[in-house]
Design a binder for this molecule. Sequence first.
Ligand code: HEC
Length: 151
Amino acid sequence: MKAVFNIAAASLALAAGAAQAQAGQQQTQGAQVYQSSCAMCHQDQAQGAAGLAPALKGSQWDKLAKARAYAPGVLLAGMHGPISTDEGTFNGVMPTQNRLSDEEIAAVSTYLLREVNGQQGAVTVAEVAALRAKPASVSELRAMRKQALAK
Ligand code: HEC
C-alpha cells in the first residue's frame, strides 16, 4: 500500500513539474541539436568560420532573429549564394537539415533566438510543421533575409 502511495505521489509531482520542465527541456534539446548538427560548420559558440559557415550571431542577427520563419526556413531548404554578413560577403552552400524532426528544428531555432542571440520568444513545433508543409524556396528565403536586414 505504501509503495502504491509513493508511486501516486511521484507521478503527481511529475505532472506538476511537467509544464516547467518542458521549457527547460526544449533549451537542452536545442543546445544538443546545435552541437550535433550545426557546430561542425557554424562552430561551438555560433561564431562561424571563414570559408566554412557564417556566424549565427552579431549585429545582423538582432534583425534576422526577428524574422521568425527565417532560421527554420533555412534549416528546411538549405542556403546557397552570396550573402553579406558582419564578416564580409560569404558564398557557400548549406545542405538542407530537413532530416531533423519538427521538434528538433523548433528547439534549435529557439536556441538560436534565445541562448545565442538573447531574444525573447520561441519557434514552436506547430510553426515548423506549417513551414514544412509549405516550405519557402532558397530565393524566397534570400528575399526574406534582405527585407529583415533593411528594417
Ligand atoms: C555543412 C556545413 C553546415 C551545416 C552542418 C549547417 N550549416 Fe548553416 N550554413 C552553412 C553555410 C555554408 C551557410 C551560408 C550559405 C551561403 O553562403 O549562402 C549557412 C547558413 C546558415 C544560416 C543563414 C545565415 C545568414 O546569415 O543568413 C542559418 C540560419 C544557418 N545556416 C543555421 C544552421 C543551423 C541551425 C544548423 C544546424 C541545424 C546549420 N546551419 C548546419 C553551413 C552549414
